[in-house]
Design a protein around this ligand. Sequence first.
Ligand code: BES
Ligand code: MN
Ligand code: ZN
Length: 482
Amino acid sequence: MPNVLPISSMVVASDADDESVARDRPITGNDLETLGVSDNFLAASGFEAKLGQAALLPEQSPVVIAIGLGTEELTVADVRSAAASLSRACEQLESVTTLLPLVAAPTLGAEVALQAVIEGFLLASYRFDELKGFPESGSRLNRITLIAPDGIDSDVVLKKAGAVADAIALARDLVNRPGGSLTAVQLADEAVAVGDSSGLEVEVWDRDRLTEEGCGGILGVNAGSSEEPRLVRLTWRPKGESRATLHLVGKGITFDTGGLNLKTFEGMKEMKIDMGGAAAVIGAMSAISAYSPDITVIGTCCCTDNQPGPNATKPGDVLHIRNGKTVEVLNTDAEGRLVLADGLSLAAEDKPDLVIDLATLTGACLVALGQKYAGLMGNDEGAISRVETAATQAGERVWHLPLPPEYRKQLDSQTADLQNIGSGRFGGTLVAGLFLQEFVGDSPWVHLDIAGPVTTDDTEGEFPKGATGFGVRTLLELVTGW
Ligand code: BES
Ligand code: MN
Ligand code: ZN
């Protein structure tokens, strides 16, 4: 099980309950004076009630922690972030009682507010310590009493929040795990375990099957590796009639050396994260059964590492992609689009209502949008706006970029139908998007380049430094809101 506080530490109580709640009665801003806390003290401690700030008030027993909520109307992401700050501020305590679900309920609705608080607590406590010989001790909290409005079904909310937090923690674990500890075979095994435990259909293709099925993109990237490639597919089918089919596709490069176009030390050192798209797909699929949507959801992950070696694909080699198109590989480091070419071709064969792919695809996307925004491209206005809405609901930042037809000719090849890098120097993210577009036929399709937000460099809100689990929430919003 992933490294977050156990959901069993959460107790939901209503304002009407007395006993323990009354004893530890949480306070709101208006009570500060009663507690004898002066504005001077707060100012001196640097506490300005900004979102995410936390301050331990002096001389209170039991301990009182002030949590800043800012002055703007609270969003779900804000509430998760505030709960995360509280969670960090009370790591050394054994129990805490908070009014946050009640405070956020009028703006967000009781269920959404409660779920956000629980998720904030759980996700802020995430740690990746499976490879530490001497793990640091984590949070001591073992009882979190959440005061929420009366009359909500807290068991349902607890179940959903637990499923989402576990899904995100799983995606973080997969991304944080080094390439040597997570081969394509191991990544596929993780997906299979998720599928088996949550009642999904599971299908795995090994090298022979990929050859039979004509997946030359995945095989071409895998050619230099001593590890086998895998394509893994998880499917959620509703009990009754299915209203729609969504197909999620993830880039699963377990380590990207660049291949024969070897990366530099600086470029290579972080490249265990190059399966972040697949991690988001696997994470989202793991939580789907908690929502039982009445649509079909298929998740396909294209898994291999990208290595140099005597058998590696050489610049100039031509690969035969699943949909019949041929690609001249001019740069072996533009490998994500090659494995996705097969994955997207397969997804489009099902004629789904939406194909969405997630990939740590281009360094250029980091240059353009920085670390906090994913690039979003697509071939269908309706699909684009659905994904944008889902991302907004999820509190995940995406930015719509164009797929300029004017740039398409940069991908024309002398030898094959396409080449895998643009002939120009600029617009690398858009050119990569144009390349992917060649493999989706006329299916409505959206591409998320998550090279930036797959990780964070500093601990912030519910995100400890390292893998963020980006994409899981947007995918779940998309599925549940369809
Ligand atoms: N996995 C990288 C992209 C990447 C870079 C992700 C930095 C996260 C952080 C991808 O496979 C890659 O190497 N892209 C090349 C493409 C180029 C050769 C056209 C790049 O961005 O340099
Ligand atoms: Mn690469
Ligand atoms: Zn890559």
